[in-house]
Design a protein around this ligand. Structure first.
Ligand SMILES: [Zn+2]
Length: 533
């Protein structure tokens, strides 16, 4: 009794050209692959005719901010499985709701809600023991692995303070990372562009990274614009000295003046490190717009140790004047995104007050003009105050040529970097990143072959993060398998209409469970993904 997939064009995830083959699944694993298979013994439970179809491993999104949505959203799994995503990794960019400890917890949760969505009281985020237990009991619709998140740990230990760790605080932070590893974390993430990690020194980052041991270090680097190259160098140095494998998250060059030059210099640095034997790779998402919070437009010298304090400050004319002055200066290690791309390329994507909902989908320049509120910088202050800092933005900050260059590199994995705090106007990558990559980068623009693209969506990420027996079709691997017609499997989400699900995925098999399209979310066939040593 098993599932037999017949006559498909099989891409095994390794990047090799496809073969025509049958696949037999028994239990949760692949039992056989080859020409004209029949089920062992009894007739198969299901036979899938895959003639003319792509058969490939379930996609692995190693960077998806579903940390909270997977516990709270009734529909979680639907948009992911519609895109063929069968495994996700959470805890990226230093951001996670766990460990939810310390006096600054409420403040920190407010800070990350644009990324992860609303964090209700009572969720199982106190520490990694509670969290891992809850994940195992949760019966999730997808496979889930997690990273220990440096920003969450730092905030739990010492709030948003701008000072380095004391020896005692460092011990507490290390203990959290150790606890996360003990409960199956795939590695550690940093979000050095964000508070409070932007105040971390190289020494502090290195000391923390060392604790990750053989686990991966995934980093949202300090700057992706004017400071891209120095930020890459910083992380190469940290990972080298800590002796950990490194993955640069959402690798890109932001800001018009950096287009078509900074990315090449950054690639050179990474390839030099790789050639010298350092274990380093990167990931990217297939859009020219990024997604972040409005607070990242504010110079660090203006930010306060709490959003409440910042809101108070920007509510005063003195505070606004300080912002205006600091905005004109250059700040080491901080990229002035709004200045470098222009306010017309900064799109509001989420707000909390219904009166401001009409701003979503419009640029800050356009809103400032329509409101007659003068400078976009004043609008920025108004929004931080009225929305208490919780405003999501899309920044059209990248050049397509750069993205294509990154996509072609043999060491870049595809991710969505999907955010779940965007309400009805999320970044389109939430619903479309994976099918978009195949539609646009393979079928339409032919940047990559199908086998190269599928490799970036499956085995490359699995190998980098130490995820064993997934992302590949071979005997003995977990049966996470997709069947689709590449001409029909497409994304429909764009910047204007982002909340559109992908269409055209015909068959999803998750851990050997054939998910029917109507019941896709109720099967709850996901498993925890732990690091394999
Ligand atoms: Zn990030």
């Amino acid at each position: 009794m098993g599932i037999l997939i017949q006559d498909g064009t099989v891409y095994d995830g390794s990047g090799s050209p496809p073969i025509e083959a049958d696949i037999l699944i028994e239990g949760e694993r692949i039992a056989a692959m080859g020409a004209r298979l029949t089920a062992h013994g009894a007739a198969p439970r299901a036979t899938i005719n895959a003639r003319g179809r792509v058969v490939c491993p379930g996609f692995i999104d190693i960077h998806r901010h579903a940390d909270v949505a997977m516990f709270t959203s009734a529909g979680f799994g639907e948009t992911e499985l519609a895109q063929g995503i069968t495994s996700v990794v959470v805890g990226n960019c230093g951001i996670a709701p766990v460990p939810g400890a310390g006096l600054a917890r409420a403040e920190y949760y407010r800070y990350i809600e644009p990324v992860v969505g609303h964090i209700a009281a009572g969720l199982p985020f106190a520490d990694y023991a509670v969290y891992a237990g809850a994940l195992e009991r949760a019966c999730l619709p997808l496979n889930v692995g997690f990273l220990a998140a440096g920003g969450a740990i730092k905030t739990a230990v010492k709030g948003f303070a701008k000072t380095p760790f004391s020896a005692a605080e460092m011990r507490d932070a290390v203990a959290y990372i150790e606890q996360a590893k003990e409960h199956g974390a795939l590695g550690l993430s940093f979000g050095i562009m964000y508070q409070p990690e932007c105040y971390s020194s190289r020494e502090e980052l290195t000391a923390l990274a060392r604790v990750a041991g053989d686990g991966i270090l995934c980093t949202h680097i300090r700057g992706e614009g004017d400071s891209l190259v120095s930020s890459i160098e910083e992380m190469l140095d940290v990972a080298f000295n800590a002796g950990v494998p490194l993955n640069i998250s959402h690798f890109k060059a932001s800001g018009v003046r950096n287009w078509r030059n900074a990315i090449y210099r950054a690639i050179e640095r990474i390839e030099a490190a790789r050639n010298a034997g350092q274990r380093v790779g990167a990931d990217f998402y297939p859009y020219d717009g990024g997604s972040t919070t409005i607070l990242s437009l504010i110079p660090p010298s203006v930010l306060e140790e709490s959003t409440v304090a910042l809101v108070q400050k920007l509510g005063t004319s003195a505070g606004r004047e300080t912002l205006r002055q600091e905005f004109r200066k250059s700040h080491a290690g901080w990229d002035n995104m709004a200045a470098s791309i222009g306010w017309e390329r900064v799109i509001i994507s989420s707000v909390i007050n219904p009166e401001c909902a009409g701003y979503c989908g419009k640029s800050m320049k356009q809103i400032a003009c329509e409101n007659g509120c003068g400078e976009p910088l004043d609008l920025l202050c108004d929004l931080v105050v009225s929305e208490e800092g919780q405003v999501g933005i899309i920044v059209l900050s990248m050049a397509q040529e750069d993205i294509d260059e990154v996509a072609r590199l043999p060491w870049t994995a595809l991710i969505s970097d999907a955010l779940y705090g965007g309400g009805v106007h999320p970044h389109p990558r939430l619903h479309g990143a994976f099918p978009r990559f195949l539609r646009e980068y393979v079928r339409e623009r032919k940047v990559l072959t199908m086998e190269q693209a599928i490799h970036k969506m499956t085995l490359m990420g699995a190998e980098r993060l130490g995820i064993r027996d997934r992302g590949v079709l071979r005997v003995g691997a977990y049966a996470d398998v997709l069947v689709f017609d590449p001409a029909c499997f497409v994304d429909r989400a764009g910047y204007q209409h982002p909340a559109q699900m992908a269409v055209g995925m015909e068959t999803v098999i998750l851990n050997g469970n054939l998910l029917s399209p109507n019941d896709i979310n109720r099967a709850k066939a996901g498993q925890m993904i732990f690091r394999s040593s």
